[in-house]
Design a protein around this ligand. Structure first.
Ligand code: AMP
Length: 282
C-alpha cells in the first residue's frame, strides 16, 4: 500500500527512519495527473532503490501569470493507484501553504542555460522549477532522482544546479514515453480537444522525419529546421513557439549535426502548450 504524506515533518521522519534501516531512496518529482511516462520513472526508481517516493505538487512558482496553473489537471485518487501499481512506497503531496508559507522569500536560480528554449518563452519558469526541486531534495534526501527527457532542458538545468551546488544526489535522465501514435505523453494532453489532439501528432511526426533525414546522412541544421517547420505549418491551428537544434550540453544552437544534439520544439495547440524533442548522436 502506498502511503500518503502531506506534511514536510512527517516525510522527514519517514525518510530518517528508512535511512536508519539502511534503505536507499529513489525519488520521482511530478505535478501529478500521472501517466505511463511518470510510471516509467517510478518503475526505474523501484528497480534501482529500496524505497520510492513520488511527489505530487502543482508548483505555482513555475507557472507564469497567464499560464495554465488553474486548469492544470489534478486527480490524486488515480495518481495513488498508478503510483502503487508502479511500485512506489510513498506519495508526498504537500499543500501550497506547506511549501510556501506566508513570508516565503528564498529562490534558487540557474543562469545561462535557463535563458534559452522554454526559458526564453516562460520567464521565471526554471527559477520556480529549481526552487521547488531544491526544496523537495532537502525534504526527501534521495540517493537518486528520476527526470524524463520529455523535459530535456529541465534535465540539463537540474543537472547544472546539482553540480554547481554540490548536491549529494544522482540525477537519472529517462527516455520519453509516447502514445502509440507518437504523441509524447503529457498530463496536459487531456486538455486537448479531439481535433487538437489529432493536429498535435504533426509535432512528433516532424521530429521523426528529421530523425530519418539525419540517419540518412543530412547534417545541415538549417535544412532540418526547414523540414520541421514545413511539416508543422501543414496544421494551421498550431502556433509554433520555437523549433531549436542545439548542442545537448550547452543548449547553444548548432549549424551542423555533430556530437549529441537536441532538437526541441514548443507549440501552442489550441489552448495547450506542448513540448517535444529528440536527441540525436551523429
Ligand atoms: P510533470 O508532472 O509533467 O512535471 O513531469 C514529472 C516528471 O515526469 C518529469 O521529470 C517529466 O520529464 C517526466 N515526464 C513527463 N512526461 C513524460 C513522458 N512522456 N516520458 C517520460 N517522462 C515524462
Amino acid at each position: 500500500m502506498v502511503k500518503m504524506i502531506a506534511t514536510i515533518h512527517e516525510m522527514r521522519k519517514i525518510i530518517e527512519n528508512e535511512k536508519q534501516r539502511g534503505k536507499t531512496i529513489g525519488f520521482v518529482p511530478t505535478m501529478g495527473y500521472l501517466h505511463e511516462g511518470h510510471i516509467s520513472l517510478v518503475k526505474r526508481a523501484k528497480a534501482e532503490n529500496d524505497v520510492v517516493v513520488v511527489s505530487i505538487f502543482v508548483n505555482p512558482t513555475q507557472f507564469g501569470v497567464n499560464e495554465d496553473y488553474d486548469v492544470y489537471p489534478r486527480d490524486l485518487k488515480r495518481d495513488k493507484e498508478l503510483s502503487e501499481a508502479g511500485g512506489a512506497e510513498y506519495i508526498f503531496h504537500p499543500t501550497v501553504e506547506e511549501m510556501y508559507p506566508n513570508g516565503y522569500q528564498t529562490y534558487v536560480e540557474v543562469f545561462g542555460i535557463t535563458d534559452k528554449l522554454c526559458g526564453a518563452s516562460r520567464p521565471g519558469h526554471f527559477k520556480g522549477v529549481t526552487t521547488v526541486v531544491n526544496k523537495l531534495f532537502q525534504i526527501v534526501s534521495p540517493n537518486k532522482a528520476y527526470f524524463g527527457l520529455k523535459d530535456a532542458q529541465q534535465v540539463a538545468v537540474i543537472q547544472k544546479m546539482v553540480k554547481d551546488l554540490n548536491m549529494n544526489v544522482e540525477i537519472v535522465p529517462c527516455p520519453i514515453i509516447r502514445e502509440s501514435d507518437g504523441l509524447a505523453m503529457s498530463s496536459r494532453n487531456v486538455n486537448l480537444t479531439p481535433t487538437d489532439r489529432q493536429a498535435a501528432l504533426v509535432l512528433s511526426r516532424s521530429l521523426f522525419n528529421a530523425k530519418s533525414l539525419i540517419e540518412a546522412g543530412t547534417r545541415d541544421a538549417v535544412e532540418l529546421f526547414g523540414v520541421i517547420e514545413d511539416n508543422i505549418e501543414e496544421e494551421t491551428s498550431i502556433k509554433v513557439d520555437y523549433i531549436k537544434i542545439v548542442d545537448f550540453e550547452t543548449l547553444e544552437e548548432v549549424k551542423e549535426i555533430k556530437g549529441k544534439v537536441l532538437i526541441a520544439l514548443a507549440a501552442k495547440v489550441g489552448k495547450v502548450r506542448l513540448i517535444d524533442n529528440i536527441i540525436m548522436e551523429a
